[in-house]
Design a protein around this ligand. Structure first.
Ligand SMILES: [Zn+2]
Ligand SMILES: [Zn+2]
Length: 164
């Protein structure tokens, strides 16, 4: 059956920040192909299938919607992960049943940041700062590695919910 999960995240940026969400994300999923629970899937918006990092096989899971929006100083991301799912028991641990949403849902969202202060000062590589937002993380503030201007503050981890 088709299953949908919605991942939402928000960060706050400063006027010095150039901010772009990456279209790549990592997501924990009970994999119907290799019949293992809690596999890490590499997903990319625009790619029609995911990659299960268990043994790097294609898996019927993809990012079916990816909406980045700006609300004042907030940068929000809402993405929908669609997969083909059916009940199974883990191949190595037969007592463990797969579920539509992994027992411990986990996601990593990536972003790229630039520093306008460095750009205006002609510093090369002002755009090359990468960061991520991960389940389990608390409040995180990222600053420019060159001029130490505050750029991004995440006040909490992404939310993961089953959607209909
Ligand atoms: Zn797999
Ligand atoms: Zn800077």
């Amino acid at each position: 059956m088709l299953s949908h999960v919605e991942v939402t995240a928000r960060v706050a940026v400063t006027p010095a920040t150039h901010f772009v969400w990456s279209n790549r994300l990592d997501f924990t999923h009970d994999c119907l192909v290799c019949l293992r629970v809690g596999r890490l899937m590499q997903l990319r918006h625009g790619m029609p299938y995911g990659l299960c990092t268990g043994n790097e096989h294609p898996a019927p899971i993809r990012v079916s919607a990816f909406d980045a929006t700006d609300h004042g100083t907030e940068r929000r991301l809402r993405c929908r992960i669609t997969s083909w799912w059916a009940p199974f028991n883990d191949l190595m641990e037969p007592d463990v049943q797969a579920s539509e949403l992994a027992a411990q849902p986990w996601v990593r969202l990536n972003y790229r940041v630039g520093c306008h202060i460095c750009r205006d000062n002609g510093v090369s590589g002002w755009l090359g700062i990468e960061g991520d937002l991960t389940s389990g993380a608390g409040q995180v503030t990222s600053s420019c590695p060159r001029c130490e201007t505050e750029l991004v503050t995440a006040s909490g981890p992404p939310e993961i919910n089953l959607a209909c």
